[in-house]
Write a protein that binds this ligand. Structure first.
Ligand SMILES: Cc1cc2nc3c(=O)[nH]c(=O)nc-3n(C[C@H](O)[C@H](O)[C@H](O)COP(=O)(O)OP(=O)(O)OC[C@H]3O[C@@H](n4cnc5c(N)ncnc54)[C@H](O)[C@@H]3O)c2cc1C
Length: 598
């Protein structure tokens, strides 16, 4: 059976020692009271919930899955899930980072980020029920009318109701411009929605007495394509003026997908048969409104893979210390044993350190991004808000794709550490691999993320936001460039930063002549950008560790951090050389291949 220990020490290191989160919060009136002790106390309790309540249901939830009663359209998630959800809302967790005016506790997103990392390590399938509600809350907060906010937000904040996002239809997932669900205006200002959605996560369950679906649909006069999509809020039960539940809305789960992982989450086919909904935001501007939820979800999906990478690493490490097999190449290490523990073998270490580096890099990136998000929402200085917002937009596709791809590598490596036992269910390792796999697909596939990064966010504004990130790298290089101890961390990012400018210009120029060049380079480009970001973050973490060691701090945590950073720069970061080469190989070998693909 796998184990899980919340990585509170590493979270505290990133929050307090690297990013000085509490000092940042002091500059934001909404969070000025949030000090390090408060954050640590909240995270300690959050860790207890994740490890003690959600984690024990992970394997059983995977084995049992969800059940649909097709006569009532009701879904029963695995045993214990509903009770865990009850404990979650009794603990006030859904309200953690929500606005006080709707019953929230008003803590920064950064704290919620850490809560969710631990929940995802513990049980990704279960965590998606509250996770999607939080996204629905964000979308309604940003675009809902006062009446919608009053009706739905307090219940989403308390967790009494949950939310979903209903975008995908059988014939369209990536290309939402093709969606067919219709919305007909009614005399009372509401809309009658009709259509079929598929793959709707947490689309039906018995945790709560209402489910609030955010549904994309087309108005009768809608322009074709993505410019003709509107967003509607469609509750499972209509809500009366006094807040009580009214009639059952005809929005039904008609099937559950049988899938590779996240079995405990209900992936629902949803038939909408004239259900009553209300418009969120402006007509035909639904995608923009939904993007609030989608952007939050993209950061959330990266966090899912961070969670799985961490828990897979913890278990692989424990196994590698315990499992004995063969002798070390450099001579016997455990003389009292029949063989040495497998952790003595270089390649086992490589697998473990890959997972550790990807977990620690991802944690730093997720916290970096959510701190930017807090600044974008709550900083009094407009320029700081704007800059932070732009940087989060740039980093979002990197979080979604780089962290989830790394999660795939890492969970696989950790399973490999177990040899044949990793393939056997009872160890729990193959579940981490299966559960992680969807993270590379949903919320816009990782290919779509790379096109968003290179096409829209980099070339679309002539590299202006990328230059802003480059400035942060430049500042660190200027600060530490003369420090010999930092050279092994600073030189690679300084060099890649320079190469990146040329690389981007070159791809942009080729793309200008032939847009397929952008499509052919984008996935490689995103990984190079991901390494620049991870490199920057590892250099900052190494800087703190080196300073602590120089000051005489003997906590082995800092030595471990430096060793992980060294491993990262020596064994993972150099992938950028190959990636730039394959990106430069261009589109011709792909697009002139009709004979090969005939
Ligand atoms: C378990 C699960 C849960 C989900 N949860 C939700 C949910 O809660 N709500 C919701 O609305 N949806 C949900 N989805 C749907 C998910 O977001 C889509 O499956 C995903 O966006 C991909 O769409 P698709 O499956 O239609 O694939 P397609 O769009 O058909 O894509 C097929 C392939 O073509 C590639 N491709 C497409 N267009 C391009 C392009 N322009 N350039 C390069 N490559 C391209 C894709 O990257 C992919 O590899 C979920 C899916 C699953 C499996």
């Amino acid at each position: 059976m796998p184990q899980y220990t919340p990585p509170l020490r590493d979270m505290q290191f990133v929050l307090h020692e690297v990013f000085k989160a509490a000092d940042e919060f002091k500059a934001m009136p909404a969070h000025a009271e949030v000090d390090a002790d408060t954050i640590n106390a909240v995270l300690e309790e959050a860790g207890k919930f994740a490890a003690g309540v959600a984690f024990p249901l992970n394997i059983s939830g995977d084995a049992e899955g969800c059940k649909l009663d097709s006569s009532t359209h009701e879904v029963t998630p695995p045993k214990g899930f509903k009770e865990a959800y009850r404990q979650y809302i009794d603990g006030g967790w859904p309200a953690l980072s929500c606005a006080p005016e709707f019953g929230g506790q008003g803590l920064p997103h950064t704290v919620n980020q850490c809560l969710y990392e631990m929940l995802n390590s513990a049980n990704q399938a279960w965590t998606m029920y509250p996770g999607l509600s939080h996204g629905a809350y964000e979308a309604l907060l940003a675009h809902g009318t006062d009446a919608q906010k009053k009706t739905y937000l307090p219940k989403l904040v308390s967790g009494e109701w949950t939310g979903t996002m209903c975008l995908t239809e059988p014939h369209c997932g990536t290309d939402l411009g093709m969606l067919r669900t219709k919305a007909e205006p009614q005399a009372d200002g509401s809309y009658k929605i009709t259509g079929n959605k598929i793959f709707i996560s947490a689309g039906e369950h018995d945790f709560t007495d209402n489910i609030i679906h955010l549904v994309l649909a087309r108005l009768p006069d809608a322009p074709k394509g993505s410019k003709g999509i509107s967003l509607f809020v469609v509750p499972k039960f209509n809500v009366n003026a006094d807040g009580s539940l009214g009639a059952r809305n005809p929005i039904y789960c008609t099937g559950l997908e049988h899938k590779m992982g996240i079995h405990g989450n209900a992936t629902a086919q949803i038939a909408i048969d004239g259900a009553i909904g209300t418009l969120v935001g402006q007509p035909h501007k639904g995608l923009a409104a939904m993007f609030v939820m989608m952007n939050a979800a993209r950061l959330g999906v990266g966090n899912q893979s961070l969670g799985l990478t961490e828990v897979a690493f913890q278990n692989a490490l424990a196994y590698a210390k315990d499992r004995i097999q063969m002798r070390s190449l450099s001579g016997t290490k455990a003389k009292d044993k029949e063989a040495d523990p497998i952790i003595v073998h270089p390649d086992v270490r490589k697998m473990l350190l890959t997972a550790k580096a990807y977990a620690e890099g991802a944690r730093a990136l997720q916290i970096f991004c959510t701190l930017l998000l807090d600044k974008a929402h709550s900083h009094p200085d407009e320029k700081v808000r704007k800059d932070s917002d732009e940087l989060v937009a740039l980093l979002t596709p990197i979080v979604k794709a780089f962290v989830t791809d790394n999660g795939h590598t890492a969970t696989n490596a950790c399973m490999q550490v177990f040899g044949g036992h990793g393939f056997i269910k009872e160890w729990g390792m193959e579940q981490f691999v299966r559960d992680n796999r969807i993270n590379m697909i949903y919320e816009g596939t990782n290919t779509v993320q790379s096109l968003d990064l290179l096409g829209r966010k980099v070339l679309g504004n002539n590299g202006a936001t990328l230059k802003k990130f480059g400035k942060l790298v430049g500042q660190l290089v200027a600060e530490e460039g003369v420090n010999e101890d930092m050279a092994e961390f600073i030189n690679p990012i300084a060099m890649l930063g320079e190469q990146m400018t040329k690389f981007t210009t070159e791809i942009g120029f080729r793309g200008f002549q032939n847009p397929d060049e952008v499509g052919a380079a984008a996935v490689d480009y995103l990984r190079v950008a991901g390494h620049l970001v991870f490199g920057y973050l590892f250099a900052r973490m190494a800087q703190v560790a080196l300073r602590q060691i120089a000051a005489g701090n003997s906590d082995p945590f800092y030595v471990g951090k430096l060793q992980t950073a060294r491993f990262y720069f020596a064994k993972l970061f150099p992938e950028t050389v190959t990636l730039m080469r394959t990106a430069r190989a261009g589109s011709k070998v792909l697009m002139d291949t009709d004979a090969a693909l005939a």
